[in-house]
Ligand binder design. Structure first.
Ligand code: SAM
Length: 248
């Protein structure tokens, strides 16, 4: 494999390729895209339609509202996209789906460490089950709510991965201590002014005592996680966690 094929690449299959790069063309991800730290390819599913009307969907078998993306058209779109990439890289094939396993920072890290995924964006009522099975698509959800299409979900996933790629985040933006990095939500952040609407920055953060600052931040992160995300708190492997020290 040459160095040129190792760049992290996201391939998006969508009915709305013009939505991309959208927000991914700006700020951190956009600068990294422009400087070649990652690559993005948005492909129109409709290009794989075979009939005169370029149809991609049809009514649900068994009745019901809405339309369903056709298995044959979507499979052809996936195969065409895979044909243009290096198959030996064994890239993950993802389907953005509210039925999927919720996206986690751990899965984001795995995806960022690989060659980059192919992401299928559903529309309408979703996609024919047979293409999910035939192409072994991994269904990924970005939360327990329903979007009108998979594009915004795909952008969220790509953004989360891109910021972890080597060279994308500067040292100043390092993700080492941010939410989920140690199974905890992040501690509260403060900056100038020293007093805002009668609320001062906690004294300890201005003390210059790095050990006490670190202990305070750890305790705040643990308290926040206990209060807001008992699921994360319960899943933490660390048995030496401290008691809740701040109010909700
Ligand atoms: N009928 C589907 C259901 O009830 O599960 C919802 C289809 S939704 C209107 C259309 C498309 O948006 C989905 O196929 C999926 O690609 C995307 N989508 C919607 N919500 C999502 C979520 N929470 N996470 C990831 N993708 C989502």
């Amino acid at each position: 494999m040459t160095a040129a094929t190792t760049i992290w690449r996201a391939t998006v299959l969508t009915l709305f390729p013009d939505m991309f790069p959208g927000p991914l063309g700006m700020s951190l991800a956009g600068r990294a895209l422009a400087s070649g730290l990652w690559a993005l390819e948005a492909r129109d599913i409709r290009d794989s339609a075979t009939d005169r009307h370029r149809s991609v969907d049809d009514t649900p078998a068994g009745g019901g509202p809405g339309m369903v993306l056709r298995a044959d058209v979507l499979a052809a779109a996936i195969d065409a996209a895979e044909g243009t990439s290096d198959r030996t890289r064994d890239r993950p094939l993802l389907l953005m789906s509210p039925r999927g396993r919720p996206l986690s920072q751990a899965r984001v890290k795995e995806l960022a460490a690989g060659p980059g995924p192919l992401l299928v964006c559903g529309r309408f009522e979703g996609v024919d089950q047979r293409v999910i099975e035939a192409r072994n698509l991994e269904e990924v959800s970005i939360g327990d709510y329903v979007l009108s299409g998979g594009e915004i979900a795909a952008m969220a996933l790509i953004d989360a991965c891109v910021r972890l790629l080597p060279g994308v985040m500067g040292k100043a933006e390092s993700g080492a201590e941010e939410s989920f990095s140690q199974g905890l939500l992040e501690y509260p952040q403060y900056t100038r002014p020293q007093t805002f609407q009668g609320m001062p920055i906690p004294d300890i953060l201005l003390s210059g005592d790095h050990a006490r600052v670190a202990a305070w931040r750890r305790a705040e992160a643990e308290a926040l996680t206990q209060a807001r995300r008992p699921d994360l708190w319960a899943a933490r492997p660390d048995p030496t966690r401290t008691k809740n020290t701040t109010k909700g």
